[in-house]
Write a protein that binds this ligand. Sequence first.
Ligand code: ADP
Length: 218
Amino acid sequence: MSRGPRLVLLGKQGAGKGTQAARLAEHYDVAHLATGDLLRAAAAAGTRVGLEAKRFMDRGELAPDEIVFGVVEENVTGDHLDDGFVLDGFPRNDAQAAELERVLDGHPLDLVVNLDVSTDIVLDRIAGRRVCENCGATYHVKGPPKHDWTCDVCGGKVVHRSDDTEEAVRRRLELYDQETVPLIDFYRQLRKLEVVDGEGDGDEVFKRLATAIDSRLS
Ligand code: ADP
């Protein structure tokens, strides 16, 4: 096919969505649209919307729909609809799934992938997770960047995210179960869903993802 795929990645916090979404976007030469990164960038830039979102993010709550919808409407648009994208972090509830349909404006999703990882593993990953505040690349205390918490990819500062506290993470996982898990069934009924095992080596997980996606698209 001449265009790239239109993909949504679902998965618990710490399932590896961000890392794998970036790799998939590069592999298929499409945009990586991560609502968490977009909201953090807005907060870092000090915009009204960004600062408002940060109040929710730091507590592990979902940002209000009207804020997230604005970010999605600005970014899931134009060329991305035609050329393809990997959407990471959206939708997270029924209302967001309905909004996505509206924003897609007749450009159907090719596939929704649920990146499946057990809760024990994600808790361990998030406790040690560190992220680049500039480009969003993720590291772990057991796998830090090469030089003194400076991002290998862009040279930005690698930090402990303000919402990666145990309390906020527990709340995000609870919300994931309540609000996002129902979307797995929703997309399964639409025959858009693939479940991919997200445990184990990152390269292996990437190969599983690409295989699942390619077999859907061929
Ligand atoms: P995680 O998946 O670990 O929660 P993200 O970077 O995807 O990390 O998101 C961080 C925070 O940004 C979320 O906890 C939430 O507050 C906010 N956020 C991101 N995407 C959405 C969304 N679709 N709806 C509401 N809030 C969102």
